[in-house]
Design a protein around this ligand. Structure first.
Ligand SMILES: CC(C)(COP(=O)(O)OP(=O)(O)OC[C@H]1O[C@@H](n2cnc3c(N)ncnc32)[C@H](O)[C@@H]1OP(=O)(O)O)[C@@H](O)C(=O)NCCC(=O)NCCS
Length: 166
């Protein structure tokens, strides 16, 4: 099995939408967006988003196995920060190193942009993702109550940061 990671480009728009729909449909509690919201995204919107070069895809033997996005604040004083969103590995590829490869490439990618603080929110009831992020040196900074209203009521996220200096 060969794992490669590269930035997703506008020509990956269709594959991005297919994988994103799979992610939110399979793990509705893990992502903010709903399947309907993803379905409603136009090809132009997705193309524009991918043009910014802030989505990375991990490929297993050439097939897209997972992806993640990064958002950077627009203010100059916050240019050292990026928030990770939409981190997803297809169930068949979980536990095989694809997530590690994606995270390692993400760190290289953002460092090259001068970013040294990564941030993310993860659902309190997502122990697998929490374990994964903590193994990748993310530190828990706090809880964010009522982040979304889920099927059973308000849900809580945990807020994590990772300092890439040193
Ligand atoms: C979160 C995700 C990206 C991690 O990728 P992965 O390939 O599953 O990660 P890994 O297998 O490398 O690491 C997961 C760790 O959680 C552990 N784990 C698995 N199930 C667990 C559970 N129920 N409770 C606690 N830990 C658990 C694994 O044993 C592994 O720990 P280890 O490193 O000590 O062996 C992937 O599972 C995924 O895409 N999940 C669905 C979408 C999602 O939740 N995205 C995150 C949104 S914030």
């Amino acid at each position: 099995m060969v794992l490669t990671v590269r930035a997703l480009k506008p020509e990956n728009a269709e594959a991005w939408k297919t994988l994103r729909l799979e992610a939110v449909a399979t793990y509705p509690d893990a992502f903010l967006a709903t399947a309907d919201e993803v379905r409603a995204m136009s090809a132009d919107q997705i193309t524009q988003m991918l043009e910014a070069g802030m989505w990375l895809g991990v490929f297993e033997d050439g097939a897209l196995a997972g992806m993640t996005g990064m958002t950077r604040p627009t203010s100059a004083r916050a240019a050292h920060r990026a928030e990770i969103g939409g981190f997803y590995i297809r169930p068949a590829c979980q536990g095989n190193g694809a997530a590690d490869a994606l995270m390692q490439a993400l760190v290289v990618h953002v460092r090259a942009l001068g970013i040294w603080q990564l941030e993310l929110c993860v659902a309190e009831k997502n122990p697998r993702a929490i374990r994964f992020y903590e193994r990748h040196k993310f530190l828990r900074q706090g809880r964010m109550p009522n982040i979304v209203i889920g099927a059973e009521g308000p849900e809580t996220d945990l807020f994590y940061t990772r300092d890439l200096r040193g």
